[in-house]
Design a protein. Structure first.
Length: 276
């Protein structure tokens, strides 16, 4: 018998084995592709926790009414604490102590919650912010003093330790704590909530009005501090700081303004006492 007829069969068997050996690799590629599906594309993958927009915390606190309710509750508690503390003192001294304690309550609330409501870039600082804070802080005491009808020099009644404590330290504590509360916490909270209902420009205006009102509540309740600073000065400072943060969307400039402002007023009061 001749071996020739068997040659094609041997070759066909070898080719069949080769096809069988290579066949599983092809389905495995298609299966891997089908397992990924559309979700394998970066655009369709679920957003990771660290992919959220900059400055927007992961909790449901941002952009809701909850921060504003917390701010209102802090104001109520602060006023009650300040009024109770002022019972131990009489007149302007009691109002000064009450304003300091009330400001500490709302300022502590702002410090504790401001990081959860700040927009992106809110805690950045630019040189222009420092310049405007120094200029406005030096000019505004004169402007608001004229608006309040006080054209003369302010002056301390005495430079005793008690008056220095309540007349010098109190304005700095009050303005700084109100800046942390109204500018650092209330403004971004109101801005994030208003942005869901208004255009960006209107949202800034609404947030500025809300923060100015939050700044003015405690000075209006505890009017007439020992330093002699009229209530209009605190209200004017709150308006200026709110406009400042509304235009810049940054915090440190308005805070510096809230520190330069009472510094100028205290310097004027010391000069008025020495010149009297």
């Amino acid at each position: 018998m001749s071996d020739t007829p068997f040659e094609p069969s041997r070759r066909s068997r070898r080719e069949a084995r080769a096809e069988v050996d290579t066949a599983p690799s092809e389905p495995s590629l298609s299966v891997g592709h089908d397992d990924r599906g559309a979700s394998g594309r970066p655009a369709d993958r679920p957003r990771a926790s660290n992919d959220r927009p900059a400055g927007r915390p992961a909790s449901g606190f941002f952009g809701t009414w909850k921060p504003l309710v917390a701010a209102a509750a802090a104001l109520v508690v602060a006023i009650v604490v300040g009024l109770l503390a002022g019972v131990a003192f009489n007149g302007a001294a009691g109002r000064s102590v009450g304003s300091v304690l009330a400001s500490a309550v709302v300022g502590g609330t702002g410090l504790g919650l401001m990081a959860r409501t700040r927009p992106a870039g809110f805690f950045s600082l630019r040189g222009l912010d420092v310049l405007w804070a120094l200029v406005l802080g030096a000019i505004l005491p004169f402007v608001t003093g004229i608006a309040a009808g006080s054209l003369g020099w302010p002056a301390f009644a005495a430079l005793s330790p008690r008056w220095l404590l309540l007349g010098v330290v109190a304005p700095f504590v009050v303005t700084a704590m109100l800046a942390f509360f109204a500018i650092g916490f209330v403004f971004p909270a109101a801005l994030s909530y208003a942005s869901t209902r208004f255009t960006p420009a209107i949202a800034r205006v609404v947030a500025g009005v809300v923060s100015a009102l939050a700044f003015a509540v405690i000075p209006l309740v505890f009017s007439g501090t020992v330093s002699g600073m009229p209530t209009a000065l605190f209200v004017g400072l709150g308006i200026a700081a709110s406009v400042f943060v509304g235009l810049s969307l940054r915090f440190w400039g308005p805070l510096l303004l809230s520190l330069v402002f009472p510094m100028v007023w205290v310097a004027l009061s010391v000069a008025g006492y020495l010149l009297a």
